[in-house]
Design a protein. Structure first.
Length: 406
């Protein structure tokens, strides 16, 4: 099985801009056929000036449209897809991945992170249709699951903007299993922690995305004219041997049948989401939620990578300084202090007791490649129980969870 597939952005030659080539300045409305100037179209949120048809937006443009400037913080950008089945159709799956990464500048078809929406902290996931039709593979499922779990731990409202052709066929059962994994994480977020999840459906949203998290929102909204369904229109017509209505599988049709809560034009989407979350925040008769496995403070892979890079930086600078007679390698105590800052747990965990020397630190990094070291704080006081107790948990892919009380 091949390793993660990613594009080295430093080696990608920058493409010529539209202004330099004279191409890509104009586009045509998919509904009325009017020719539109792309620069003005972007300023108008990709809505046709003639018929108000909502054209496709990239995930980056949607983040800019929905999140307050300067507040976006992405999560798990470095997760890259693999080719577990060594799949080949007209071309190898690895080639398709590299082409999609080159085209979009993303490792896979989801942009996940946190930010402020009119001042309200939210966790936001936006699918990228330009990346293999927004198909849901293992990385998309993993990033969404991590985003949902992070929102649950931090008590954030969750918004997922869907635009997808469904599960990614090149990954077979691995992509289909993401439906169950994401749905399980959403169950804890919505039914255990009692937190809000708003599903925003854009055109097109079909297949396994519609059959899983797309339709699990506490509130389900869609853009006008969005195509939403599971199977394609032609497949249904051929199966039923009937002519379907002209507006079948459109957002307006689904709203009339009760599958959607709201159809909101793109220009008003951010304001409408703010009103929904503000209303939810002040709603009476709210029930206190809980997280079944407790509040977790994890050393995620991003933190581990920061520590590794800092250690390399210190080691190289120390070796250079030593060779020049200007100094020695920075002390290990400084590294531990830096790691405490990264973890934000200075008063709870004595990392010096966990890692006495550099050899143990290297071993911990090796373990982190296949596991997560966590400490759990049971919030029993919220339920009127005894004082909270800290316990340490070591989760690996080869052994069951082992918890040690503090």
């Amino acid at each position: 099985m091949l390793g993660p597939i990613s594009v080295n952005k430093d080696r990608i030659e920058p493409k010529a801009t539209a202004e330099a080539t004279g191409k890509g300045l104009w586009t045509r409305c998919e509904k009325c056929g009017v020719i539109l100037y792309i620069k003005h179209l972007k300023e108008h949120n990709h809505i046709c000036f003639s018929c108000n048809f909502h054209l496709k937006m990239s995930s980056a443009e949607r983040v800019d449209h929905m999140i307050d400037p300067g507040t976006w913080r992405s999560i798990d950008d470095l997760l890259s897809p693999m080719d577990p089945l060594e799949f080949t159709d007209l071309k190898p799956y690895t080639d398709r991945i590299k082409e999609a990464q080159d085209k979009t500048g993303m490792q896979d078809g989801l942009r996940a992170g946190t930010g402020l929406l009119h001042g309200i902290p939210v966790a936001l996931g936006v699918m990228e249709f330009g990346y293999m039709g927004g198909s849901m593979g293992s990385v998309v499922g993993e990033k969404l699951t991590r985003l949902i779990e992070y929102a649950t731990q931090e008590g954030l409202s969750l918004i997922i903007v869907s635009t997808s052709g469904g599960a990614r066929m090149q990954e077979g059962i691995f992509s289909l299993m993401q439906m169950a994994k994401i749905s399980g994480a959403l169950h804890v977020h919505q039914n255990e922690a009692n937190l809000l999840f708003i599903s925003v459906l854009t055109s097109p949203t079909t297949g396994g995305v519609t059959a899983s998290f797309g339709m699990l929102g506490d509130i389900i909204v869609a853009e006008p004219g969005a195509i939403i369904g599971f199977a394609g229109r032609r497949v249904i017509e051929q199966t039923l041997q009937e002519q379907l209505p002209a507006d079948f599988q459109t957002a307006e049709y689904l709203l009339d049948k009760g599958l959607l809560d709201l159809v909101i034009p793109r220009s008003f989407l951010k304001g409408a989401l703010f009103e929904l979350m503000d209303f939810y925040k002040d709603a009476p008769y709210k029930k206190q939620g809980r997280i079944p496995f407790g509040v977790q403070h994890s050393t995620f892979l991003t933190t581990e990578e920061k520590v590794r890079r800092k250690w390399r930086e210190w080691s190289s600078s120390g070796a250079t300084a030593s060779n020049n007679g200007k100094g020695a390698t920075p002390s290990y105590k400084e590294l531990v202090s830096s790691m405490k800052v990264l973890l934000g747990e200075e008063n709870k965990v004595d990392i010096m007791d966990l890692m006495k020397d550099e050899a143990m630190f290297a071993e911990a990094l090796a373990v982190a490649k296949t596991s997560k070291i966590e400490w759990l704080q049971q919030q029993s006081t919220l339920l009127g129980g005894k004082a909270p107790q800290d316990s340490y948990s070591f989760r690996t892919s080869e052994q069951p969870q082992i918890a040690v009380a503090k």
